[in-house]
Ligand binder design. Sequence first.
Ligand code: R5P
Length: 290
Amino acid sequence: MSDMVIAGTTCQGLAREVADEINAELGQLTVKKFPDGELYIRIETDVRGKECAVIQSTSMPQGRNLIELFLLIDTLKELGAKRIKTVVPFFSYSRQDKSFNPGEAVTSRTIAKHIEINSDEFYSINLHKDSILDFFNIPAKNLDASPILGEYFKTYELESPVVVGPDRGAINMAESVAEVLGGTADYLEKKRQGPGKVEMKPKKLSVKNRDVILVDDIIDSGGTMLVASEMLKSQGAFNVMVGCIHPVLTTNIVTKLFAAGAADVVATNTIPSQISFITVSSLIADAIRG
Ligand code: R5P
């Protein structure tokens, strides 16, 4: 159980919801910037002897949000918090989880090391790679928001739904969403159709006249989901609905997906965005309650 939930600037609404769910105090703080961009943080709630949950995603701008996270947990420790549970709903810098070439920085490990200096527990949601948990020497958990995504799509009356991942890496997520929906799952496989022509087709299922839920962990530039939804439409899918856990959204991809015929484009609020309609508050509340 946590006595207090404190939000970094990325997760203010989410922290409020989590605090309400676990009946904890919402910590008060001031975050501001010096004229040159340096961050200033002051925690205004008395945290001495309290169990505190810090919620902060390290979404863009990552540098700023990471520094804010480190300042928050370090200051809580300095002020005498009894236990610090660090919740990073979206964990950036997850691509480089090993040295692919000699001399490369293992960025996820570096960030894990900095988090664990002042944290007693670590939680994230749909980490890009599970193996990142191994970098932590404190209890660390990767929570799965896919069933919550599935619950959202249950509100539609779907025509023999099929849940599709845009690549093999997304099949577990597709299966988990399909289980909630009572549908089937598949992933898209690239098939060469001749010189310079590649088609992406579901590995085993037909999407003709079916409602398709296209799911992935991250929409970044959105290129992956755009190509996938166009392919599915051209293969006769009825409605294509797009869902992801982490809406990084570095381009105007939401407009492009709608223009390509997507019936819905939705994400969770691990990162606040214009499509973050699904809350992960209960997932976090249940995890940190224990
Ligand atoms: C890749 O491994 C991830 O699961 C996503 O498919 C990827 O990050 C999406 O990137 P983008 O939106 O830029 O195509």
